[in-house]
Write a protein that binds this ligand. Structure first.
Ligand SMILES: Cc1cc2nc3c(=O)[nH]c(=O)nc-3n(C[C@H](O)[C@H](O)[C@H](O)COP(=O)(O)O)c2cc1C
Length: 237
């Protein structure tokens, strides 16, 4: 488990930023919490704090802005966002200014498009459909690789499975076991473990149900086709 890094994410609209943050925390094997949780948490032991949210009226969520008060010059930070508009422009400026004014180092920033139905996007029933997508997640992971290569974990080395991983914050509540129709999970040493990955159909129920956002499902398009093929002759559960 990576105890140096934490990602704090507020994702109030479509869960776009949380989706991206999950992919990044999975890669870093670090804790991922909401800004509301972070306002009550002790952040002093973390060396690097990721601040992530959608862009709402040209800046990050107010609770992400409020986290700045909980940080000090010993922290390093990186900034993440998803947005509706094509260009990032000045959307990170308010958060960057708040951090810089407190003498807090920013080691990098990353933004990508997110599904958005506001304003003119309404006319076309939403813009950036499906974003952030797999490519955006890979770009985000490359960004993480670049700013802190020393913390990157090789997901294939995690004894969780190739396409389904359990993040370190899992407390073994068993919600994934209860909801999974394919019996993919078990609990071992107070945390969930992937015991039956071949059965997984990537339905996403476990991810939705997990109260700690501990489950990361990741696949390339080719792997997804393999999964569909694997289950194509199935006639019942
Ligand atoms: C109230 C509100 C205000 C928004 N303002 C902006 C904006 O100023 N610029 C922009 O590019 N996108 C804006 N968006 C679109 C969101 O930034 C985008 O959909 C983002 O991916 C949402 O992230 P989330 O699903 O993690 O909350 C806004 C969305 C909402 C709901």
């Amino acid at each position: 488990m990576n105890k140096d890094v934490i990602i704090i994410c507020q994702s109030i609209y479509h869960g776009n930023t949380m989706k991206l943050a999950r992919a990044l925390s999975g890669k870093l094997q670090c804790r991922l919490i909401t800004a509301s949780e972070a306002l009550l948490a002790d952040l002093s032991d973390y060396k690097i704090v990721g601040l992530a949210s959608g862009i709402y009226f040209t800046s990050h969520h107010p609770e992400i802005m409020a986290i700045v008060d909980r940080l000090n010059a010993n922290h390093k930070t990186f900034i993440i966002s998803t947005r509706g508009r094509p260009y990032l422009g000045n959307y990170h400026a308010a958060l960057k200014d708040a951090l810089t004014n407190k003498g807090i180092e920013i080691i990098g920033q990353f933004s990508t498009k997110g599904y958005d139905c506001t304003g003119p996007f309404n006319l076309i029933r939403g813009g950036n459909k499906g974003r952030p997508n797999e490519k955006d997640e890979l770009r985000g992971i490359k960004f993480i690789d670049k700013i802190m290569p020393e913390y990157i974990q090789d997901l294939t080395a995690v004894p969780n499975g190739r396409n389904v991983s359990i993040a370190p914050q899992c407390v073994g509540c068993g919600s994934c076991i209860a909801i999974c129709p394919m019996h993919v999970f078990d609990i071992k040493s107070n945390r969930a473990e992937v015991i039956n990955e071949q059965e997984c159909i990537h339905c996403g129920l476990c991810q939705k149900e997990c109260p700690d956002q501990s489950i990361l499902i990741h696949h390339t398009t080719r792997e997804l086709i393999e999964i569909v093929k694997r289950h194509s002759r199935r006639k019942s559960l």
